[in-house]
Design a protein around this ligand. Structure first.
Ligand SMILES: [Zn+2]
Ligand SMILES: [Zn+2]
Length: 316
C-alpha cells in the first residue's frame, strides 16, 4: 500500500461567490498538506493534487460533503510521494480555458460513457474516437485509431470543429486526460449540430484504472512532476520517437535550455549525449541548466510561503 495518493477531479456546479470559496478551499488544502493545482470558477471546480493517503481521504470527504459537489468523481492513483512541489488554488473565469464560456455542461453535454461502456463501444464501425487534447499530449500517447487535432491549446478546439463536418453522421466519442475538457468539447459538438455525441467519463486516467487501458498507445501526459504515466496494462505500445535519433521513445523531457524548454520525447542515450538539450544551440546556451538525467527541472521556489497573505477568518 503506497503512502500517498494523487487526485484528479472536476465538477461543473455553480459557485455563487467563487473568490470567497477559493479562500476557504485554499485553507482546507493547506491544513491537509496537499500540493497541486486547483482552479475555482463560478462554473465549478477543477483540480489535481497529491498528499498523504489519509489527507486525501479527508479532502475528498470534505468536498463531497458540500451539496454542490456531492456527485464529483475523484480519480485516485496511488503514489510513493508528492507529485507537485507547490500548492496553487486560483480563481479563474473558467475551470478550463476554452473560449466556450457560454456552455453549461451540467445542463447539456455529450452522453457520459463509463470506462467499461467505452471499451465495448470504441471499436464499433460507426464510431469515431476524437482526442480533444493538444499536440504535446497526443504526440506521446493516444487511443488506437483515434482522430487527433492539430491544436496547441484547448481554446483552439472550436475552430477545428469545421474539419469534422464529414463525420456528422457518425457516433463521436470524445476523450481527454480526466474528462473535464470533454464536458465542453462534446457540448460544443452538440451545439454545432452533431447528434450522436458521447464522452469518456473520467478520461484516459479512469479508463486505465478501471479497464486496464486497453488500446491506449503510448503514455498519457499528465500535469504534474511525473510528466507522463502508463495507462495500458493490456497491450502497451510506444508510439513516439526520440526527438534526436528518431528511435521509439516515450521518455518526455524539457530541453535543458530554459528559454527553449521544448517538451519532447528523448531517449536515455540522447539525453546523455545532448546533456538534456534539444539541439546543439541549446546545448551551448550559457543559461543551460545542468542535466540531472530526468529532464525535469524544479521551478525556482525561493521565498515561497504557502501561507503568505492567508488567514482563516474569525467565525462570528
Ligand atoms: Zn535518441
Ligand atoms: Zn532546446
Amino acid at each position: 500500500m503506497k503512502d500517498y495518493s494523487i487526485l484528479l477531479y472536476y465538477c461543473y456546479s455553480p459557485i455563487a461567490d467563487p473568490e470567497a470559496f477559493r479562500e476557504e478551499h485554499h485553507l482546507l488544502c493547506l491544513e491537509l498538506n496537499l500540493l497541486g493545482r486547483i482552479i475555482v470558477a463560478a462554473e465549478g471546480l477543477n483540480g489535481t493534487v497529491s498528499g498523504l493517503r489519509e489527507d486525501c481521504e479527508k479532502y475528498m470527504a470534505a468536498v463531497k460533503a458540500d451539496p454542490r459537489f456531492k456527485d464529483i468523481d475523484f480519480k485516485v492513483e496511488p503514489s510513493d510521494t508528492h507529485v507537485f512541489t507547490k500548492l496553487h488554488v486560483r480563481y479563474k473565469p473558467e475551470i478550463v480555458h476554452s473560449s466556450l464560456k457560454h456552455l453549461a455542461p451540467q445542463e447539456k453535454t455529450g452522453i457520459h460513457l463509463s470506462p467499461s461502456d467505452f471499451k465495448k463501444m470504441k471499436d464499433q464501425e460507426d464510431v469515431v474516437l476524437l482526442d480533444v487534447r493538444s499536440d504535446y499530449e497526443h504526440l506521446v500517447g493516444k487511443f488506437k485509431n483515434a482522430l487527433t487535432l492539430d491544436i496547441e491549446n484547448f481554446r483552439d478546439f472550436p475552430e477545428k470543429v469545421a474539419e469534422l463536418e464529414p463525420l456528422k453522421d457518425k457516433k463521436i466519442i470524445t476523450y481527454c486526460t480526466g474528462g473535464v475538457k470533454c464536458e465542453k468539447a462534446s457540448a460544443f459538438l452538440l451545439e454545432q449540430g452533431f447528434e450522436n455525441v458521447y464522452q469518456l467519463h473520467g478520461g484516459i486516467i479512469k479508463y486505465g484504472l478501471e479497464e486496464g487501458g486497453e488500446d491506449f498507445e503510448g503514455k498519457c501526459y499528465v500535469f504534474d512532476n511525473r510528466l507522463t504515466v502508463d495507462v495500458n496494462r493490456v497491450n502497451p505500445k510506444v508510439i513516439s520517437r526520440c526527438y534526436i535519433c528518431q528511435e521509439p521513445s516515450d521518455r518526455m523531457v524539457n530541453c535543458a535550455n530554459p528559454t527553449c524548454n521544448i517538451h519532447v520525447p528523448m531517449c536515455e542515450a540522447c539525453g546523455e549525449t545532448m546533456q538534456g538539450a534539444c539541439s546543439d544551440t541549446c546545448q551551448h546556451d550559457p543559461e543551460k541548466r545542468p542535466y540531472n538525467g530526468t529532464g525535469y527541472y524544479q521551478k525556482e521556489t525561493n521565498g515561497y510561503n504557502p501561507f503568505k497573505g492567508l488567514y482563516r477568518k474569525e467565525k462570528k
